[in-house]
Write a protein that binds this ligand. Structure first.
Ligand SMILES: NC(=O)c1ccc[n+]([C@@H]2O[C@H](COP(=O)([O-])OP(=O)(O)OC[C@H]3O[C@@H](n4cnc5c(N)ncnc54)[C@H](O)[C@@H]3O)[C@@H](O)[C@H]2O)c1
Length: 334
């Protein structure tokens, strides 16, 4: 059994805790959260122990891996501590909101022989994955265009907006990663437009609630990302790839798969999911399986540190494009 510690037992940490504890190949040994009550809640449902300090975790030689699901500003330092302690690292996205901190973290862990996987769970969604695989394998001919639609059901509360680092670094970052994944060729140009169309809270704090972004690779392939902080019909998550021989798309998931037929309409379907944990349930499980495989086979993770870094750089480029009112080139450096 691979022994795990969980750091951060909030919304997503609780879910990761139950995945670790429920997996046949892993054991959740420690849970740590600065809010001890959060750690206790997860420990009670997973039979793990509550760690009193981070030292207790990093000094445990029997531990194989650390899953970091604490607030974003803690990630960079925790990745460094875990990697230096020789533990495999799974860290939630984003690595940090500041690219300088990400680069500092990269420097610190360079050369350490531990896998670091970043929580871009959407790559593991079976339908999105099929789109990416088909585009890569030539199943739609030469890939030309990608369209990513990503709309949350409801805008977040003010405190969330203020701590999030802005829509591109918090929400669109998943779509930047998806774009890189499906395009399978590095993005060279970014152009963004944004607006505050409906949310009074976003307006009050001068934040966007809607955005459209265009990306282009060196060979000319294009991707259009569209984001909204609301969608009356639920969590709208679609990915489409168009190529010389056809098109493949990953459709929304409904809460169940019935269809209703009547005199007024012939196909009324169940509502979409309204919460990311339900919509991406399978993706979170498959993501964790992939992490275990990475540890067992001593491979590079499917979504590594550099993917986290580049997605943040695309977010930064999108902000730059907004400021300049024009398309900007991205330089990922070495
Ligand atoms: N991949 C995804 O689908 C996804 C979804 C939601 C959140 N996230 C990411 O996961 C992270 C957590 O998000 P959340 O929604 O669960 O937030 P949350 O606020 O619900 O939980 C964060 C937890 O971290 C704890 N914490 C804060 N500082 C800590 C520290 N120094 N040490 C230990 N624990 C600490 C808090 O007490 C809290 O319990 C964020 O980085 C977020 O971007 C990813």
């Amino acid at each position: 059994m691979l022994k795990f510690a969980l750091i951060g037992a909030g919304r997503i940490g609780r879910m990761h805790g139950s995945i670790i504890a429920g997996h046949t190949k892993t054991e959740l040994v420690w849970v740590y959260d600065i809010l001890e009550d959060n750690a206790i809640t997860t420990a009670n449902t997973t039979l793990a122990r509550v760690a009193k300090s981070l030292d207790e975790i990093f000094e445990d030689d029997s531990l194989d891996a650390v899953l970091i699901a604490s607030s974003t500003e803690t990630h960079a330092e925790l990745i460094v501590r875990a990697a230096k302690a020789g533990k495999a690292v799974f860290c939630e996205k984003p690595i940090d909101l500041d690219i300088k901190r990400v680069d500092w973290c990269r420097e610190q862990i360079q050369g350490l022989q531990v896998p670091v996987q970043i929580g871009f769970n959407r790559r593991f969604d079976p339908s999105h994955r099929k789109v990416a695989d088909t585009a890569r394998d030539g199943g739609i001919g030469n890939l030309e265009q990608v369209i990513i639609t990503s709309r949350d059901p409801n805008p977040p509360p003010k405190e969330y907006y203020l701590a999030s680092g802005g829509m591109f670094r918090d929400m669109t970052i998943h779509d930047f990663d998806m774009a890189r994944y499906v395009l399978n060729e590095e993005v060279e140009t970014v152009m963004a437009m944004s607006a505050t169309l409906f949310d009074p809270v976003a307006k009050e704090i001068d934040e966007m609630d809607s955005a459209m972004i265009l990306l282009q690779t060196a060979s000319g392939k294009m991707c259009h990302i569209n984001n909204s902080r609301h969608a009356t019909y639920g969590y709208d998550q679609r990915v489409e790839a168009h190529g010389s021989l056809g098109m493949i798309r990953s459709e929304n998931q409904h809460q169940h798969s019935t269809e209703t037929f009547g005199a007024e309409s012939s196909s009324s379907r169940a509502p979409l999911h309204f919460f990311f944990i339900e919509r991406y349930r399978q993706a979170y499980l498959d993501q964790f399986d992939a992490f275990i495989e990475t540890i067992e086979n001593q491979q590079q993770p499917l979504v590594g540190f550099e993917d986290g870094r580049r997605a943040l750089m695309l977010a930064n480029a999108a902000y730059q494009s907004l400021e300049k009112g024009q398309a900007v080139k991205v330089d990922f450096g070495e």
